[in-house]
Write a protein that binds this ligand. Sequence first.
Ligand code: TXA
Ligand code: MG
Length: 539
Amino acid sequence: MKTVLLYANNPDTPALAAERIRKGELVAIPTETVYGLGADGLNPEAVAKIFLAKGRPQDNPLILHVADAADIEKLCHSIPPEAYALAETFWPGPLTMVLPARDIVPKCTTAGLPTVAVRCPDCEVTREIIRLSGVPIAAPSANLSGKPSTTTAEHVLHDHEGKIPCVVDGGPCRVGVESTIIDLSEDTPRLLRPGGITPEQLHNILGDIMIDKAVTASVDKDTVVKAPGMKYRHYAPDCRVLIIDGDLPAAAEYIRKHFQPGNRVLCFEEELSFFQDFAPLAYGKEKDPDTLTAGLFAALRQLDDPAIGTVFARCPRGSGKALAVQNRLEKAAGFQRVNSRNKHFIIGITGGTGCGKTTALNVIRNLGGHIIDCDAEYHRLLQRDRQMLAAIETRFPGVVREGALDRKKLGGIVFAEPAALKDLNRITHTAVKQAVLRQLLPTPELVAIDAIGLFEGELAELCDITVAVTAPVEDRVARLMERENISREYALKRIEAQPSNEEFSRRCNYTLKNNGDLEDFQAKCLDFFSKLAIIEEKS
Ligand code: TXA
Ligand code: MG
């Protein structure tokens, strides 16, 4: 098939492209965000061609592009007033809204979801094509699935030349990362993907919004997420991308130590001179996030070469547009990052009793890591930390006798009264944190802190990442009964006194689910921990 290139500034282009859309053909279209691979969004056969050309998983729904905000009423129902307010302010522009879908929208477009994503792009030629074709255009980013998005017509041709009939060339995309996606189909608006419209801008109109977990953390492929597209490895060039956090001198030092011939550095323009010995490629200015969004995908495509091995990448931090850049770069890196600032890479492990934390910790130990067990630390402190004991005795008179703590008596008080438990925790958490800090100084690079109260004790602040280990309650009860020779009721009571699996998951960056099979779980832990870059570096 010959791919026809139409230029946006040619007055015949909209009519020619619209005719192809009406015939059910694929047309790659420019938008202000990225190029899209467009087809008639109401025609299931045309939509099927999109999935085929991209190699896109069927469970990943498409965005419908409209020429005018009023058009969404034909596609969506139960549209809340907030949607109109957002359209008024940000359309045409890089914002996609998820709303309840009308029956007219085919199931293949929504991947069977009851909702549909709609957006009005800020690109005159594309809106004219939509108007003339008389249908909403379904268009995912035009890259092959998993690859960096396409921000020029050349990128589109690189991925699809000879395989699709038509590309409309509108020059380089202004924004450069895909649209912000906000889900308005539930009570609280939820940000599913950061982009050119920032959380702050949305907040100004919507008030409180939730940021979906998939925006900032890795999600395994079995997890149900709100935007199915967010769980796939994405935007990834054919080499390893490793994000290097930390200030410039520390990052440069880290890269100097680990750089191999052929490797590259992806950095901010301001840093180019620092990295001149390491084949640097700048993708924009750190001080001007608009240049970072605009340049990121072109840079990632330039680095799409397995011969490179590793790309050491610098990533902006913070909110606003930086969040969109961080999200794309983290996904390109498969969330692999090292902190050049710290001497240690610290993993906080938490989760309820009987979930399998010990298994996870043993895996880390076998990888050369050092384990700090906060529970054991606490019991050691009870033996020798006079100051802590004195504080406990002051708050709970009579529980310390002859320098020893009567744990049963103390337990009786604190388990009966939440406020008392809180007071006790305040005393012990401070002491445990001090003990952890003392241990950190002379230890090796990789450290795991094992603490059920990882967050309450503020230990999480010390950690580079936090991991929750979770398991079904029934499995935990059985394990506890066997391990500690206690009754079913007592085991259940102990488990119920702790935060739930969901609570641990919610607070941690990652979750390791233990489904009861020891070997399986060990393999899962090994896979996860050995993927953390710093561990790889050691072996
Ligand atoms: O800027 C953009 O949005 C570009 C241009 C071409 O408009 N399009 C784009 O499409 O980025 P795509 O397919 O690469 O990403 C669409 C994202 C996916 O993560 C998908 O899972 C999510 O939108 N999505 C689509 N429909 C959804 C729905 N009903 N509910 C939740 N997420 C949805
Ligand atoms: Mg995409």
